[in-house]
Design a protein around this ligand. Structure first.
Ligand SMILES: [Fe+2]
Length: 282
């Protein structure tokens, strides 16, 4: 049965823009240890790769699915009355094992319209040796067929979703990812990594934690040059700006003139508050 949830948003304008640029958000150790412990015990008994029964446990829904920090971020990105997960997957892996092939999940759409989120929750510590999920920031808006992605190996600028128990990673569904290698593990073990989706039901609008000083003309749409970002940062800035404006309910105003104009702001830094080409009325 579908169910919906609403809560206070927790993300600021810059936080939302950062998700548009990076395609993910890291929330470390946000689930209390007593819940993590209960989840671990549940997963010892239920070793299926689809332990959807856990969604019928009130303590799990309250502690994980409606976790205030995670749900607050989801509320910020998907709007009021967002849909709760219907399916639970467990990327349960016996390690050591080789890395998975790079891929994006089935039915990915590479679009500025953020209509769902893919979330990973670690009920146990996940170290680098245990083969954490690895993602490539910025690729959520870069189309590639899995036929091509599987030829990639080590990618400069990738990020690992290693972290302490109780960590939640919120991603845009289409981001390129894989399970990283765990061949360096000293002894065998089992890694649990729960994965589930949330869904948008409301039209997008700028109803997260609004910063009154946020300047649409001069906001940091451009990814940092030195971060090892996989993509062409100039095109990525334009994609991030389009997604951000869509989330603000302002997509009709989105347009870019190319060159040194908005959303690139380098040429404007010394002389004006905003570059040339800022869409009228923003
Ligand atoms: Fe996947």
């Amino acid at each position: 049965m579908k169910s919906y949830y609403d809560c206070e948003p927790t993300l600021s304008d810059n936080d939302v823009l950062d998700v548009c640029k990076q395609g993910y958000l890291r929330l470390e150790a946000v689930v209390p240890e007593e819940i993590n412990e209960r989840v671990r015990a549940f997963l010892m008994e239920n070793t299926s790769h689809e332990p959807t029964e856990i969604l019928y446990e009130d303590w799990f829904v309250e502690g994980v699915i409606k976790n205030p920090q995670a749900a607050g971020a989801v509320r910020s990105l998907l709007g009021v009355n967002f849909g709760l997960p219907l399916l639970m997957s467990n990327h349960r892996v016996e390690y050591p094992t080789e890395a998975q092939a790079w891929h994006r999940d089935g039915n990915s759409k590479f679009t500025h319209e953020l209509r769902n989120l893919q979330v990973f929750y670690l009920p146990q510590d996940c170290t680098m040796e245990m083969g954490p999920t690895e993602i490539i920031p910025g690729t959520h808006l870069l189309y590639s067929a899995n036929d091509h992605l599987k030829h990639l190996d080590r990618v400069r600028g990738s990020e690992y979703m290693a972290g302490p128990a109780g960590s939640i990673f919120i991603t845009v569904y289409s981001i390129w990812h894989r399970r990283s290698t765990s061949t360096r593990a000293q002894k065998p073990g089992v890694r649990n990594n729960l994965k589930y989706n949330y869904f948008r039901t409301a039209p997008p609008q700028r109803d997260w934690c609004i910063d009154p000083d946020f300047n649409f003309g001069n906001a940091p749409y451009l990814p940092e040059r030195d971060s090892g970002y996989y993509r062409d940062i100039w095109l990525a800035a334009s994609h991030a700006a389009e997604m951000f404006l869509w989330l603000c309910g302002k997509h009709a105003q989105f347009r870019t003139e190319g060159g040194q104009t908005w959303p690139l702001n380098g040429s404007a830094a010394r002389f004006t508050d905003a570059p040339y080409g800022v869409p009228p009325g923003l």
